[in-house]
Design a binder for this molecule. Structure first.
Ligand code: AMP
Length: 503
């Protein structure tokens, strides 16, 4: 795929030489999406929006624009800035409508054919799709489609949607999309661009975010409100769980194509993923994190001299912890901002190194002190182990770790990239064993009820939980069809499934 904008005549994701090892079985689709209809230089706005959503995916970015006659695209590996700041790139993406996508992935398949938006020429014309989430029955659907003659060009679960639309007997694009989504299980916030409309849709549980904004007369769709702020657009509202909004030159039209279900927005967006300056589902992410820290201080107090955040994700919760406990707050660990999130590093070995590259102790505020470290989560335990060691080496008298979420004991299958369960520290260790593993003097996690209290609920109502909290509780609201097939040892063996998934 060329690095310059290219006109799309065929599905634009073909790359016939991908090796089997380039994919694994793990969902890795935490992404940022953005779309705009009805503004001059739409692609330039999309590039800015993607830049604000860079934290949701640093591996690759792409934009597809429509100028009234043809679709043009540019996709590249790497960050938005270096790839979309040149005037020549934006000039190659003319038009009043555009969508874009930031991709997150931790290893392997960095190939351009897996960079979104996906584009395809279907019987009704061109369509581009940008997807945040993960489809949980994509392997099963893909197998059926391949058996019926579909030829897949990428290994992305999202491509299934294009094929289901292509084979739908409905007439309009919206009906074809509805048809396709009706067969799909999983979590998705999706933005589609056709010659006639910009479409935004959230899965019936609304697991992943999608907000609606307005820029003068134009409508904007984005993963988070920070992407509206950067272009000066107003936040109108969140697209609701199970809602499809169709935006065209006549304005906006909302429909609800799916049977109604209880919304289960991803609670991990509040804990870690979203930017703190975003408003998700009407709640400030920053305030939620601070309240989480306050709740943590109430639940698991400790006698200490200083509260120190693990930057950056632990910062708002540690402010809440310090405020509630009355213990002074200091920036005792300084982060090097030129290193990406720890998880971005592709191998365990590098990830291990990454923590040292990223953080340094601010000794003057640590030496001789009883330190409370606050981080948002423990996944594999790598970060906590390194940070505790670093703080001890800097002369701390005691090191107490407080985690602003319950133990992450289950993998996410709905679009947050988490390791397989056996690699999650909390899946194999109880809290005391984790404390020993990270070598802290004490370790405490927020309780699930405490997390819900911080979100404004009385507790987690087990019959009617308000959020998707599967990573903490194992209560998966959407069937895990593909995974069950692998784990359950059903008709298909794991190896066959993995081979099918990629090809
Ligand atoms: P670990 O070192 O494996 O225990 O990972 C914990 C650190 O990774 C925490 O400091 C979190 O801020 C961060 N983190 C948690 N979940 C994710 C995720 N899904 N992607 C990237 N980073 C994460």
């Amino acid at each position: 795929m060329s690095a310059t904008p290219r006109r799309l005549a065929h599905p634009a994701f073909a790359h016939p030489f991908m090796r089997a090892e380039d994919d694994d079985d793990h969902p890795r689709e935490e992404c940022g999406i953005f779309g705009l209809w009805g503004a001059d230089q739409a692609a330039a706005h999309v590039a800015l929006g993607l830049h604000a959503l860079q934290h949701r995916g640093q591996e690759a970015a792409g934009i597809v624009a429509y100028d009234g006659r043809s679709f043009n695209s540019h996709r590249a590996l790497g960050h938005v800035g270096p790839n979309f700041s040149q005037a020549s790139v934006i000039a190659g993406l003319p038009g009043h409508a555009a969508i874009g996508h930031n991709r997150y992935s931790t290893s392997g398949d960095t190939l351009l054919r897996n960079v979104q938006p996906i584009y395809a020429d279907l019987a009704f014309g061109g369509i581009a799709l940008a997807h945040n989430g993960n489809l949980t029955n994509a392997v099963a659907l893909r197998r059926n489609l391949v058996n019926r003659g579909s030829i897949f060009q990428s290994t992305m679960d999202t491509e299934v949607i294009v094929h289901l639309m292509a084979t739908s007997r409905s007439r309009s694009v919206v009906d074809r999309l509805t048809d396709a989504l009706g067969q799909i299980e999983g979590a998705y916030s999706l933005i589609a661009l056709t010659s006639e409309a910009l479409i935004g849709v959230r899965d019936p549980h609304g697991v992943r975010p999608l907000v609606l904004g307005k820029l003068r007369d134009s409508y904007v769709l984005a993963s988070e409100t920070v992407a509206l702020d950067i272009i000066g657009a107003d936040y109108v509202r969140d697209v609701e769980a199970g809602e499809m909004v169709v935006i065209n030159n006549d304005g906006i039209h909302s429909q609800r194509p799916f049977p109604k279900t209880r919304a289960r927005f991803c609670i991990f967006e509040y804990i870690y993923f979203a930017r703190p300056d975003s408003i998700s589902e009407g709640k400030s992410v920053y305030d939620a994190r601070k309240r989480i820290g306050m709740e943590l201080a109430r639940e698991s107090p400790v006698a200490a001299d200083v509260v120190i955040p693990v930057p950056d994700s632990g910062v708002p919760a540690s402010l809440g912890f310090a405020q509630e406990s009355g213990i002074p707050y200091e920036l005792g660990i300084i982060r090097n901002h030129y290193v990406g999130r720890t998880f971005i590093e592709p191998t365990d070995q590098i990830r291990h190194l990454g923590v040292r590259l990223k953080h340094n102790a601010n000794r003057a505020h640590i030496a001789g002190k009883r330190v409370v470290l606050v981080d948002d989560s423990i996944v594999r335990g790598t970060t906590s182990t390194k940070i505790v060691e670093m703080v001890r080496e800097a002369g701390a008298a005691e090191v107490h770790m407080r985690i602003a979420s319950p133990p992450t004991s289950y993998s996410c299958f709905y679009g947050v990239d988490t390791p397989e369960r056996s690699k999650l520290l909390a899946a194999t260790h109880d809290v005391e064993a984790m404390r020993q593993f990270i070598k802290a003097d004490s370790l405490a996690f927020l309780s699930t009820d405490g997390l819900y209290r911080a979100m404004g609920e009385e507790s987690r109502n087990n019959d009617r939980p308000q959020y998707c909290d599967a990573c903490f509780t194992g209560d998966y609201p959407i069937p895990l069809t593909d995974n069950d097939e692998v784990e359950g040892g059903g008709r298909t063996t794991r190896l066959t499934l993995l081979a099918e998934r990629g090809r």
